[in-house]
Design a protein around this ligand. Sequence first.
Ligand SMILES: Cc1cc2nc3c(=O)[nH]c(=O)nc-3n(C[C@H](O)[C@H](O)[C@H](O)COP(=O)(O)O)c2cc1C
Length: 210
Amino acid sequence: MELIEKLNWRYASKAMNGKKVDQHKIDTIIEAASLAPTSSGLQPFEIFVITNQEIKEQIRPIAWNQSVISDCSHLLVFAAWDTYTAERINKMFDLTNSIRGTKNEGWENYRQMLLNSYPQKDAEENFNHAAKQAYIAFSQSIAAAAFEGVDSTPLEGFDPAGLDEILNLREKGLRSCVMLPLGYRDSEKDWLVNLTKVRKSKEDLLTLIE
Ligand SMILES: Cc1cc2nc3c(=O)[nH]c(=O)nc-3n(C[C@H](O)[C@H](O)[C@H](O)COP(=O)(O)O)c2cc1C
């Protein structure tokens, strides 16, 4: 199948059947998230991969009781840094230097520029910026899941403070942004499965500046 065909096959599943997704497909979906571009390459988020049924059942009530939380195979939680700190920025720049085996003046100047700006900013502003980066990875994992023939439900309908508490995210300097249950659609129970996908016209989407 071509990319667009696969993206048309994808929809936000409302019911899943509990079937397990093979680990190699999960690994591919997570690798796609990891390969997403992020601002300054900081990857300011972590991904929690939940298969523990008890934890999923704890999450469901704070997520509008959505059944896919229980019936998915793997529940991904994207959690962004609660702020940018010097330590976090340095860790990524040091990692780059050690992997590339070089130290570059331009790159070090860029590090200093970030150190002189992000950590001084308001934590809420920094979290919002970090969350945007997490959404890029989230989106890439949705596309990768479709490519692997795995269903998913992008899921923002939950109480972030409640989820932070269940996963102890605040203690880790993280805040939940968005979830992605992965699994297989239950076509008999899913009211959305056979409905035509609706997208606005290209005329409403695009402005061509030629
Ligand atoms: C960030 C985000 C949050 C969403 N949250 C929910 C949700 O909590 N529950 C749900 O059933 N669908 C959720 N959706 C799915 C959207 O409603 C769905 O993607 C949209 O209606 C387009 O339909 P399609 O994905 O089936 O093409 C969410 C989608 C996104 C991108």
